[in-house]
Write a protein of this length. Sequence first.
Length: 453
Amino acid sequence: MKNQTFFANNALLASGWCSKVRVEVCDGVISTITVNGDKQATDIELEVLLPGMPNLHSHAFQRGMAGLAERRGASADSFWTWREVMYRFLQVLTPDDLRIIASMAYIEMLESGFTRVGEFHYLHHAIAGQQYQNPAEMSLQLLTAAEQTGLNMTLLPVFYAHAGFGGLAPEAGQARFIHNIDSYQTLLSELRPIVAAQQGAVLGMAPHSLRAVTAAELNALLPLNDGPLHIHIAEQQKEVDACIQWSGMRPVQWLAEHVSLDARWCLVHATHVSEQEIVAMQQANLVAGLCPITEANLGDGIFPLPEFIANGGCYGVGSDSNVCIDAIEELRLLEYGQRLARQSRNVATTQANSATGDSLWLAAVEGGAQALGVPAGLAVGAAADMVSLTNRHQAAPLFATDNLLNNLIFCAANNLIDNVWVNGKLVVEHGQHPLREQLQTQFARTLTRILRQ
Ligand SMILES: [Zn+2]
């Protein structure tokens, strides 16, 4: 049993800011929280303590292609032309490449304040689509990257079987993704004991999208595991139109009619939803998985956030394509997208006079944790996944808590993250991960080789 106690002059609990907070940690889990406590000699003293931010949606390998699709093609560019670049990139990635790229991405996540990643993992097979000797080979590379960098992981192995609505046969570019129910079940069986043995790891499932899975497959899939369930949905208007053409229904509407939606579900993007679909999502107590940087980068559209949160809708954020990994920037852009679209301000808060920064951080911590199947925030029974801030780069008085997160999210350069702990273990010290330099070298070497091929 390893015990540690932290003493924060200011800490953000689920109820809001509290002073003189003692957080006792036993074997990586928060065992006691005392507000207005007395500092003891052995306590680790901090000025400001935040709950770490869950990153509910990542495709780690896409970190390797960040910046490669920011060039205009022959015709108008869209999500679908970006996907072509992604498919070409996939023609060369090896298991070692995946581990190195994922490790770089996870270091950047930790340094930006993310403490758990939901890895929506569909790159299962070898380059020509054949199974690796161990069918979980690529999943194991991701779990290793998470373990070595110290990031908690909710692994969401993806079930991907078709190229379009109605069970279309997969395309050649999708060969590395494809499973049937039997092979997917084998993958889960391989992963279950490995995930159980890794501290902080959780196993969920992810039917890729309604384009990639039929109703029969979805129903066969759902009883196979009892963890979180994630799906890409309604990201693009084109996808919504194709779904209506195929089924007469919009994507979320179709899903709500074909499965029993509940709090295990995370609907990733859900950008294009009707009023009725918003109600169905709220009633299911599920999480909307929003990825503001990627959704902006891919030109997806803007999720109707105020309508969704007005009746208690729950959301979290994800770095998705990892084109830019930054927990604070995800929250900033989430709010700014709404302001620009609505010609309005302070959209992500429903209460008069409440700080938008606090609302964003707490909502995304709670929604992210729910989506990733773990207890949320600085609370007894939750993992000691925590972030401390530094005041050294900030001209304004950051530590007045009534405005602290407003400063951090809207006014600060992104270098105020000081230390980060995952399961009570210090993984980022004074803003830097100890493996950063080593990984940068390996990452650069890997990318250079890939881009030459
Ligand atoms: Zn995604």
